[in-house]
Design a binder for this molecule. Structure first.
Ligand code: CTP
Length: 416
């Protein structure tokens, strides 16, 4: 009895998949189909499959072609599976020709001709077709536009009239007006955080988006990194006991003056870094702090540009601190202190692909590694496009966190 195995994502099951599976089955007597897990796909750069692992497995099962369905979770698993399931033939489509020749050591490898003219990527792209335009063609926009290339169905356009969504990258003071305008034009909005510099404005904009059935997304990249999401879940499950302190630092030194030697047109430290540094504070400890203490060092006489700001928060049973700076440099790490141990994320923590959980006994320490592509922007765009397409909430930042961020920025301005 010849045993055959094949692998794939099988997202939005199509004719090409069915033909592949039928021919794979005909190669032998027993067919095992390996369906890729979300994590595995993410690690190999396939980031916006539309269906969950369960849905994809159910679709393959419903065809009635496979005798057995398994999950593919890690690099190198194919060799393990071939040995474990006593496989005679490994097969995949010809788009992979040559890439699995290393398996010839273990079984026969057959590349079946790929069916022309159909792919999951094309189906995803046809379904979505989300065109994004911007308010300002800044460097931030260029990075964003570049990352859109990796997300099926999302493209950028210079034509504001025909676009479906707007990426707001203007100066923070202009966000409120720009977002309001875009929503009134029936455009979905993603905004380089903060959404506004007044908490009331953020609430108003979210209410407007809700009423119009539009997406308003707060763009804070680390919220979409796998490592950061896993870190939050680990903390929730009590990995370091109760959290007693969150300390986040974000700094960058750059030329702060424009060609006329003025700071005009630049994001100050609190607007540029505040949302990122505040994210873990509010997502780990909540937004219900008792009080906070703000200290800023300004680089202009009008006190509009903080070169450095430190904020201390006091909660019922915990504390937090953030340090942000564009005119000072420090260690950009994130430390979460708990009653049983602590989390350490090395600098620059906002590009997190790794963190450690450390305990009193160093032998118990654990290290966690995750893939991070495109600084998280790519995953942010995937979440944005899924929200537009499905109307469901795939945002990793709740409205109360966006409001608390704006409130903190507002308090910094009032504080001067
Ligand atoms: N396949 C095929 N013909 C197609 C599409 C896929 O024979 N038109 C085969 C692939 O070669 C692979 C299996 O079906 O052996 C699963 O492919 P998968 O990557 O899930 O499908 P794609 O449509 O290629 O997905 P994507 O566009 O996301 O890469």
């Amino acid at each position: 009895m010849a045993r055959v195995i094949t692998y794939g994502t099988f997202d939005l099951l199509h004719y090409g998949h069915i033909r592949l599976l039928e021919r794979a089955k005909q190669l032998g007597d027993y067919l095992i189909v390996g369906v890729t897990s979300e994590d595995f796909d993410r690690r190999r750069g396939k980031i916006n499959t539309h269906q969950s692992l369960m849905e994809r497995m159910a679709a393959v099962r419903a065809l009635g072609i496979a005798d057995e369905i398994i999950v593919e979770e890690y690099v190198g698993q194919k060799i393990d599976d071939i040995k474990r399931y006593d496989i005679d033939i490994f097969t995949v489509g010809s788009d992979w020709t040559g890439q699995f020749d290393y398996l010839k050591e273990y079984c026969t490898v057959i590349y079946l001709p790929r069916t022309e003219g159909v792919s999951s990527s094309d189906i995803r792209a046809q379904g979505a077709d989300i065109s994004v335009s911007t308010t300002d063609s800044s460097g931030i926009w260029k990075k964003f536009a570049n990352e859109c290339e990796y997300v099926n169905g999302v493209r950028t356009t210079d034509n504001r009239d025909e676009c479906k969504a707007i990426y707001v990258t203007s100066l923070p003071d202009k966000h409120y007006e720009d977002i309001r305008q875009a929503l009134l034009e029936d455009k979905h909005v993603i905004c380089e955080s903060p959404i506004a510099t007044k908490a009331e404005h953020v609430k108003e904009l979210f209410a407007l988006a809700r009423n119009k059935g539009l997406v308003l997304m707060d763009g804070i990249k680390p919220a979409y990194s796998t490592a950061y999401s896993r870190l939050l879940v680990l903390l929730k499950s009590g990995a370091i006991g109760e959290v007693v302190s969150v300390d986040a630092v974000c700094t960058s030194l750059s030329d702060l003056s424009n060609s006329e030697g003025e700071i005009e047109g630049r994001w100050n430290s609190m607007c540029a870094w505040g949302p990122t540094a505040l994210l873990p504070v509010f997502q780990i400890l909540g937004t219900g702090y008792k009080c906070k203490h703000i200290v800023s060092r300004y680089i202009d006489e009008e006190k509009t540009f903080d070169g450095f700001t430190k904020i201390d928060f006091e909660y019922e049973n915990a504390v937090a601190s953030i340090k942000v700076a564009k005119a000072a440099k420090s260690e950009g790490s994130l430390v979460v202190t708990g009653t049983k141990g602590y989390v350490y994320v090395p600098a620059p923590w906002w590009k997190m692909d790794y963190f450690e959980i450390r305990y009193e006994n160093a032998a118990d320490n654990k290290r966690f590694f995750y893939q991070l592509d495109g600084e998280g922007i790519r995953y942010e765009i995937v979440a944005f496009s899924k929200m537009i397409e499905t109307g469901k909430d795939f945002s990793n930042i709740s409205e109360d966190v966006s409001v608390a961020i704006a409130q903190t920025i507002e308090d910094c301005i009032l504080h001067t």
